[in-house]
Design a protein around this ligand. Sequence first.
Ligand SMILES: NC(=O)c1ccc[n+]([C@@H]2O[C@H](COP(=O)([O-])OP(=O)(O)OC[C@H]3O[C@@H](n4cnc5c(N)ncnc54)[C@H](O)[C@@H]3O)[C@@H](O)[C@H]2O)c1
Length: 435
Amino acid sequence: MKITIVGTGYQGLVTGTGLAEHGHQVACVDRNVDRIAMLQEGRLPIHEPGLEELLVRNLEEERLSFTTDLEKAVADCLPVFLCVGTPANEDGSADLAEICEAVRQIAAAMTGYRIIVNKSTCPPGTAATFERILRENTEHAFDIVVNPDFLREGAAVDDFLRPDRIVVGCDEVRVREIMRELYAPFLRTGRPFLAMSPVSAEMTKYATNVMLATRISLMNQLAEICDACGADITAVREGVASDDRIGPTYLFPGIGFGGSGLPKDLRACIAFGNSFACDCDLLEAVHHVNERQIERFLARILSHYGDSLPGKRLALWGVSFKPRTDDVRGAPALRLIERLRDAGASIVVYDPVAAPKIEKRFADGVRCVRKYYEALEGAHGLIIVTEWNEFRRPDYERMAALMAEKVIFDGRNIYTPKVMREMGFKYFSVGRPAV
Ligand SMILES: NC(=O)c1ccc[n+]([C@@H]2O[C@H](COP(=O)([O-])OP(=O)(O)OC[C@H]3O[C@@H](n4cnc5c(N)ncnc54)[C@H](O)[C@@H]3O)[C@@H](O)[C@H]2O)c1
């Protein structure tokens, strides 16, 4: 099938390469000229494990192409996948200006019947808005499908090739069957193809993300109680996670969830509910706990130094919002760096892939290094922000020798308090007794 993808960000690239890998002829469009030039040369503008291999292979096999010419790409395909950003407005609601503009452009470029497949995360009811825009801007027939994306950055290729489920929101049985056929090779292991109304599919995406966000905030709230009563949240988590009714995922306490998905979709869902005068108090609390979590972590760091950071050098390991991605959108590290720098500390940052983004963003008081031990030289403290695997079993003796003060603030609970005590570190983690 000839397929067009509009938007070559994290979502569009994974979707485009994943579909090409299954034999489809895929044209990916972006308005960002530099990005398209890189991709045409087989170079990735983002870090996503396994994606480069798919990109290069499918470019070589000429199943995948990249262009800035939306008109040409839309002129010769059946489905057009929308993978355009839907950022947050000031009040948390979804800003649909960019995606509505993309729909307008697609409508103007249509030369016949098209299936418009929306993969971007949008508030329920957006498919109806797209329908109106299309009617106003084209005389050609079309159908709209809502096909939400449940990819996790850092594991997105695997998630796309082996999804837990495919959700397709469309009232037309014929179009549902086309989508079922398109996704059939990805569902060979018997995972479900769930057909529903467009508005239910849109709501399913919000519901999934707020559920995941709720689990994390709940664990962070329980970690706070563990801190107060001397219980260890790791043991509590294991006890809870082995209950079949609960399961182990998204139960890790830390410094709160970040990224371009959970925080944005949580706030957008609250704003959407409020627009119907629905009381979203549980979701508000999930957001509030998440905000408080990072403030508590910051307060712990500041209080250790007597609220005085001038002259202190702090090392930060990890800045991406989670491991195996270079995405720093909504990353807790950004707030930590800004606040600690403003309090007078000099910050030295190491991240295996995201450091260049930090270098671009912070000019003064923040230095990025290429090796993680280098960040520790003369440091008065180490802050673990992202749990990259390489941080999990470091050479503690080497760390101790490099640091001016043996203090670790572990925002991801990756070390064992007993080991830290034996190695002579002052060690603070989340929801576990400090040593
Ligand atoms: N990133 C993820 O892992 C993920 C997971 C699930 C859902 N989503 C959702 O997917 C959507 C896209 O997210 P993303 O992270 O890929 O965003 P992104 O910002 O990385 O990429 C969006 C791309 O669209 C391009 N674009 C915007 N308007 C265009 C136009 N008119 N024509 C051509 N290109 C255009 C931009 O230049 C950009 O490259 C969002 O709604 C997001 O919430 C993302």
